[in-house]
Write a new protein. Structure first.
Length: 414
């Protein structure tokens, strides 16, 4: 049967498939095209080791409501042999051209483009669902490592799609998605390291991609000042000029181009595939050289290590400036992630009391970043805000220092 128009001709179907009272003419009038997927496919059969894989390359576009979205997909199907051949071939491809894992089907993308699908949504990262068993160490550790990797990888892909959908919308909401996506990438790195699965090559890929995400902090400060934190400076007589400069600084970050730029990095897709490769190894029971007696002791060790890292950059013996806090933000963020990863294993009250002041400090650091952005903007405009900004920062630092000292004196919950 050939479809000549944008919808099928129902009269061409066998009459026996319709109910006796079916009104085909009325149904035909109601039919319409929601979206087009127009693409050219080339296919090859690839022998890899003792396996046979069909590789299909689809290039074209999806069209809906007068909008177009580029289509460039490489699909692998195992015809015979071992499923490991799919990953091996994908890694070989990723070593030559930039690729990334695809989560949405052509139909899902078409419905989204047509506005016929609910917007993508992902709840904030809570404490992850790890469970202890009173048995041997292997089931606990293997299952927990697998859970952590699966959640981080799945959320990474979904947040990536949400950023792609959000880039034309409110910048502050968009940068919040970037912040969350980077947290998933960091959680992957931290988990692989804790389970002795992070080699030098993989670490270098993580570092390169995370370096590409350094724009997040300045963009977060700028979007906050132009949005939810506008009250920080709105009473300044030069607030209008400051706002224009902040907008100019944000435009220079080219937030709407960051995702496509990241996708062009070969290491991006290589990192995703390497994470999948490690996940499959863990699923097969292959952990690193760690031998803790139990999941709980593994979690204790991970939390203690993250706490030690915090103590080294935020020691009670040193007064911290705004620069010190901004430099310590990554260590603090990673420690909070470790707490989220293993927090479900501990008493809720003591855990949350311990974490509360550290979470307050992360908010303080974001505000310090806003003051830093204002300082840079005022300098570019030749506006003297030094005294005002210094008063604001010192007031905030006084509160943060008190919080930090109290936080460092808490009893740990692990």
């Amino acid at each position: 049967m050939t479809i000549q128009l944008d919808s099928p001709n129902l009269s061409l179907f066998p009459s026996s498939i319709w109910p006796s009272n079916a009104d085909l003419a009325s149904t035909q009038v109601q039919l319409g095209c929601i979206f087009h997927t127009d693409f050219y496919r080339r296919a090859w059969h690839i022998h890899i080791d003792d396996s046979l894989v069909e590789v299909a390359l689809d290039i074209g576009e999806i069209t809906a409501n007068g909008q177009q979205e580029a289509l460039c997909e490489l699909e692998f199907e195992l015809l015979s042999g071992d499923t490991e051949a799919l990953l091996k071939l994908a890694i070989q491809v990723a070593s030559i051209v930039p690729v990334r894992l695809g989560k949405a089907s052509k139909a899902q993308r078409g419905y989204r483009l047509a506005g016929k699908a609910p917007p993508l949504h992902l709840t904030a990262l809570e404490f992850l669902p790890l469970a202890e068993h009173n048995e041997t160490l292997s089931p606990d550790l293997t299952a927990s490592c697998q859970t952590l990797l699966e959640i981080a990888l799945e959320r990474w892909q979904l947040l990536e799609s949400m950023i792609a959908d959000e880039h034309e919308h409110e910048p502050e909401a968009c940068i919040a998605l970037w912040w969350r996506m980077r947290a998933c990438i960091r959680l992957l790195r931290i988990t692989l390291s804790q389970f002795a699965l992070l080699d030098a090559r993989l670490l270098s890929q993580f570092m390169l991609i995370e370096k590409q995400l350094d724009f997040i902090e300045p963009a977060q400060a700028l979007t906050a000042l132009l949005g939810s934190q506008y009250l920080l400076f709105h009473r300044q007589s030069q607030s209008r000029q400051l706002k224009q400069q902040l907008r100019f600084d944000l435009d220079n970050i080219k937030l709407d181009e960051q995702l496509s730029s990241l996708w062009q990095q070969p290491e991006y897709g290589q990192l995703q595939l390497a994470a999948v490769e490690q996940l499959l190894k863990v699923s097969a029971g292959e952990l690193g050289s760690i031998k803790p007696p139990s999941l709980r002791q593994h979690a204790d060790s991970a939390l203690q290590a993250s706490w030690q890292a915090i103590f080294e950059v935020m020691s009670c013996n040193t007064a911290m400036t705004s620069t010190h806090y901004l430099q310590a933000s990554t260590v603090l963020d990673e420690s909070i992630l470790v707490g989220q990863a293993y927090g479900s294993l501990y008493d809720v009250k003591s855990r949350d009391m311990f974490r509360a002041p550290w979470l307050d400090l992360t908010l303080g650091i974001k505000t310090l970043a806003c003051y830093s952005a204002l300082e840079h903007a005022s300098c570019k405009l030749g506006i003297d805000l030094h005294e005002w900004l210094d008063d604001k920062q010192q007031s905030l630092l006084f509160a943060m220092e008190s919080t930090r000292h109290n936080a460092l004196q808490q009893l740990v919950y692990w």
